[in-house]
Design a protein around this ligand. Structure first.
Ligand code: WTA
Length: 652
């Protein structure tokens, strides 16, 4: 099982000094978290401020599926992220630093006291608009301070936020508004990415032609021209005039919903993953604290967007509950030039950088000069998330960016897990390039084969490769799919009874390190964004000229995986480059730019079994340019089709 790159990179000395967790402590704490989860999590929970401290801890079952944590506790997560720091005399600490898209535009810094003022103003404005506890509020915002403030303001008044990434189309927004019956939208006039304007309000207007809401709160950001609908749309700077200077935090039960976040699965439309308040608060506070080993005064920068779970847990709730200083960046890594990230690290003296392999690979390709011309000596820790990181990119990240002196944490987790599940801890674990590492406190990974036979359990030190399950609940686990608990049960708990199935393949080596090998379902990971192949297929077949479509992932140098579409046209339609372009744009408008197909291959038919099932395995192999192992094609209704598909692929 040992592979060439499967070697231990020792913990740098600098990481051990002052660490919150050494290897010995990790072992002791991990052991305790498994043997006595009640005592362990009750102790972690004490770092938070509770209105009524919990006496109950994990109360859950995976069969039937029912998950509760800290269920008799009450608290408000916004209070924990903002107010309590101010109350404790840390109001002058910097909470957020905003680095705009335009590198010469003004940086904005907000202390915790100022953040509190902003959140109170937004919360008061939401109340004035009519938002009530339990209402769903759709947030469609650029990466600005107001995006973070909008989330915290919802949490403050007990409204459930549903953040929709700014790269999603009007149709995608409408679908998400409809699914959770959201009555309210918070958006900005426009966003900025690499000097391009993103028409956020116009997209919301287009979405609201299909579904209706009671109110839209519009934050002025670029000052661009937008339309306002009388009675429905309100400018934030107008409606917030004269709102009370105080807005108390609503006391929430630990199991009251905090947010919904839509994520792609292997079938159907995106699911509204639901997270609740208390467990998520404890989980994000604890994981941030130990994984990033945060030290007072440091600048922490997570390059994700608040539209993804990484932004929720590690731009907003994790760092702010820890009283950290978090940098938020509106722009993109290559604007105005390929050194934007390194400029920012230098300019703000960033100590902890948390980004995605796709960004690392894209920047690596531009050459080391962009990096080495900047002073990156402030960096103390590097993090990676979103997809498996190839050892080459890992080494570049550590050696060129981190000058071989800082640890890299490769954090494996999911929207559904709320926070980091498998990672090395910076002062505790030697690293292996390409391996996420070891389970976080309380996490019990298990590797099973397709039939459910257990191949490796965390407490038995064996090597194995198979499908990754988690056998015990943890505080940050998603509780349900909003409005569809059956789908939650079906998706995550039906493959292997009594276990949470992650959808990921995984190898565990003899040292107990976990290596995520990628999705084993029909989900592809494009630039760290989860995309259901079924979603892209449904978008394609909505086009009037398309008869059928099958979409698969294939290895892509920068994005990790690219989107490969096989398309058959209706009788009489002619395939050509113009149509391919048109279809690509079509998918962009249906789902959003993030779902843009990388390649469209027209084919007279799709390979199917005699019972009519599309043979995706074959399509995947062909897209991967791997024809030697197509396997048995004799079950195909028309085996001759395969030659044509291969010829088409080679012509690319
Ligand atoms: C993948 C993002 C390998 C994995 C936090 C997972 C990773 C999916 C890693 C979740 C990693 C995330 N190594 N694979 N460090 N991190 N993944 O819900 O396939 O957007 O199931 O959450 O990303 O994506 P999601």
């Amino acid at each position: 099982m040992t592979q060439a790159h499967d070697q231990l990179v020792p913990v740098p000395d600098a990481a051990v000094a002052g660490t919150s967790c050494t290897l010995e402590q990790y072992r002791e704490m991990y052991g305790r978290s498994i043997e006595d989860p009640h005592g362990f999590w009750l102790k972690q929970a004490q770092r938070l401020n509770w209105v009524a401290p919990p006496t109950r801890v994990g109360d859950w079952s995976f069969d039937p599926v029912r998950i509760n944590w800290f269920a008799d506790g009450t608290l408000n997560i916004c209070f924990n992220a903002v107010d309590r720091h101010v109350n404790a005399g840390r109001g002058e600490d910097i909470a957020l630093i905003f680095e705009p898209d335009d590198p010469v535009a003004d940086v904005r810094k907000l202390t915790y006291a100022q953040l509190l003022e902003e959140v109170v103003r937004m919360a008061g404005t939401l109340l004035r608009m009519g938002v009530a506890k339990g209402d769903r509020v759709t947030i469609y915002m650029p990466m600005t301070i107001e995006g973070v403030v909008a989330m915290l303001a919802c949490a403050r008044i007990g409204a459930i936020h549903s953040v929709v990434f700014g790269g999603f189309s009007p149709d995608a927004i409408a679908g998400r508004i409809e699914d959770c019956a959201s009555d309210w939208v918070i958006c900005a006039d426009e966003g900025l990415r690499g000097a391009k304007r993103i028409p956020l309000k116009a997209n919301v207007d287009a979405a609201l032609k299909k579904v209706s809401v009671r109110g839209v709160l519009v934050v002025r950001h670029t000052g661009g021209e937008i339309d306002m609908t009388e009675g429905r749309d309100h400018w934030y700077h107008e409606l917030s005039q004269g709102v009370p200077a105080e807005c108390p935090c609503v006391t929430m039960n630990a199991e009251d919903p905090l947010f919904i976040l839509y994520t792609s699965g292997s079938t159907g439309k995106p699911k509204g993953v639901l997270h609740t308040t208390g467990g998520y608060a404890v989980w994000t506070e604890t994981t941030f604290r130990y994984v990033f080993d945060y030290r007072a005064g440091e600048i922490y920068w997570c390059t994700a967007d608040i539209g993804w779970v990484t932004g929720h847990s590690y731009i907003v709730y994790g760092p702010l509950q820890n009283g950290a200083t978090a940098l938020i960046f509106e722009g993109v890594p290559n604007y105005p030039e390929h050194d934007r990230f390194w400029r920012i690290v230098d300019k703000h003296k960033v100590a902890i950088l948390y980004t995605a392999p796709t960004a690392i690979r894209a920047l690596m390709r531009e050459g080391d000069d962009w990096v080495t011309r900047h002073d990156l000596s402030s960096l103390r820790l590097l993090g990676s998330v979103g997809e498996p990181i190839n050892p080459e990119a890992w080494r570049w990240y550590r050696d060129v960016v981190g000058k071989s002196r800082v640890p890299v944490v490769d954090t494996w987790w999911q929207t559904e897990t709320g926070g980091v599940m498998i990672t090395t801890l910076p002062g505790a674990h030697a690293m292996k390039p390409g391996s996420a590492g070891r389970p976080f406190f309380g996490i019990r990974p298990q590797i099973v084969d397709n039939e459910g036979k257990v191949l490796a359990d965390e407490d038995k030190n064996v090597a194995a490769e198979g499908n990754l399950c988690i056998t015990a609940s943890w505080p940050g686990q998603a509780r349900t799919v909003y409005g569809d608990h059956d789908r939650f049960v079906q998706t995550y708990f039906s493959h292997y009874k009594g276990k949470y199935f992650t959808g990921d393949g995984c190898r565990r080596d003899g040292d107990g390190y976990y290596w995520i090998t990628g999705r084993v379902d029909d989900v592809i990971n494009v630039s760290g964004h989860r995309m259901g192949t079924a979603e892209v297929e449904s978008a394609l077949v909505l086009h009037e000229k398309v008869s059928e479509a099958a979409v698969v992932g294939y290895p892509h140098d920068i994005k990790g995986q690219g989107i490969y579409c096989y398309v058959t046209l209706k009788a009489g339609e002619e395939p050509d480059d113009d149509l391919a372009r048109e279809l690509r744009n079509w998918v962009r408008t249906e789902i959003g730019p993030i779902a843009s197909p990388d390649h469209i291959q027209f084919t007279p038919a799709l390979p199917k079994t005699r019972s009519g099932k599309i043979m995706r395995r074959i399509l995947r192999k062909i897209a991967e340019d791997d024809y030697g192992s197509l396997g048995d094609t004799s079950t195909l209704a028309d085996p001759s089709l395969v030659d044509g598909l291969i010829a088409g692929r080679k012509n690319r």
